[in-house]
Design a protein around this ligand. Sequence first.
Ligand code: 5GP
Ligand code: MN
Length: 331
Amino acid sequence: MNEIDEIKKILGIPQNVVIVSHRNPDGDAIGSSLALKLFLEKNGHLVNIILPSEFPKTFNFLKSSDTTVIYDLDHEKSQALIDGSSLIFFLDFNSYDRIDKLGELIQKSDVTKVMIDHHLHPEPIVDYVFSNTEASSTCEMIYDFIADLGEEAKIDTYIGECIFTGMITDTGCFKYATNPNTYKVAASLKMKGVDDYHLNDQIFNTMTQKQLRLLGHVLANRMEILPELKTGIVHLTKQDYIDFTIGRGDTEGIVNHILMIDGIKVAAFIREQPTIVKLSLRSKGDISVNKIAADHFKGGGHKNAAGGAAYAKLEDIINRFKEVLPHYINV
Ligand code: 5GP
Ligand code: MN
C-alpha cells in the first residue's frame, strides 16, 4: 500500500487530530493548518490546531482561526490535546527545533505522525512524510493531499481561502517559488469561487500606520548596502523595538524590500530580540541563503528564503554575517 492509501485507511475511522505548525506562524503555517482542519472536520474528525506562538492578526479573518490553541499562552490545554490525540500532523516545518518546547511534548506521544512540508532536508521524525521542496507552499501541498485522497470536491471557498492565503504569502503574490502546479491550484481555487482580489486586499492592504512608518525608518536609517557583494543588510535594535512599539508581525515583509534595489541579490534583516538575535535572509538565483543560515546561525529554510538565530550581540552577528557572506556568493 502506498503512503496516501495508508493515510486514507487511517482517516477511514474518526480520529482525534492535532495539527501543529511552526513558531512565528506565517500565512502558510496558519493557512495550511486551517485548511486541513476544515477538511478533516468535514470528514467527521475532531481537530485542534496548536501553534507554538501567536499568528499575525492579519489572518484573523480566516474561518476557524479563533479556535487555534497557542502553546505559549496555554501549556495545559496543549498538553491535554496532545495526550488525547490519535493522529498528529506536522505542517510547514520539518524538524523539532522549529517548534521548540512544544516539540518536547509531541516527542513523548507515540501516536501516528504525518508531515506535510516544502522545506529542504526533512528530518526522519514522523511515520509518514509528504515532502515536496518544489512546492510553492505547504498550502499548495494541502490542496494536492486532499485531491490525492480523492476528496477535491470537499474543498469549498473557506478551505480555498486558507489555501490561497499560504500560496500568496509564500510566493510574494506569485513573484517567486512558483511552479506550474502552483498556477493550476490557484486556477482551481478561483474556479471554486475564491475571491483572490479581496483576499489580497485583506492580507496586504491592512498594514497599520505604525508598520508603514517602521518600514520607512528601517529603509532610511537602518540599511547598509554592500555593492561589491550585491548585498543589503537592514537591522533593528532593542531600542527600535521600544521606540516603535514593535509587536508580532510588524516586521513581516521588510526584508523583501531590499531585493527591490537594482543589482542586489542578497538581503539580510537582522534584529535584536530580548534574548536572541534573529536573521531573515533572502536571495535571488543560485545563492543559497539556507546554507548560510544552517552553517552559521543554526537555521535553515529554502534556497532563496531562510532564517536563523544566534545568542550574541547584534553588532557581532552583523559582522559575522558580513565575514561569511563572500564564501557563499559568486559575484
Ligand atoms: P522568515 O525570514 O520569513 O522568518 O523565514 C523564511 C524562511 O526561513 C521560512 O521558510 C522559514 O521556515 C525559514 N526559517 C526562518 N527562521 C528559521 C530558523 O530559525 N530555523 C530554520 N530551520 N528555518 C528558519
Ligand atoms: Mn511555507
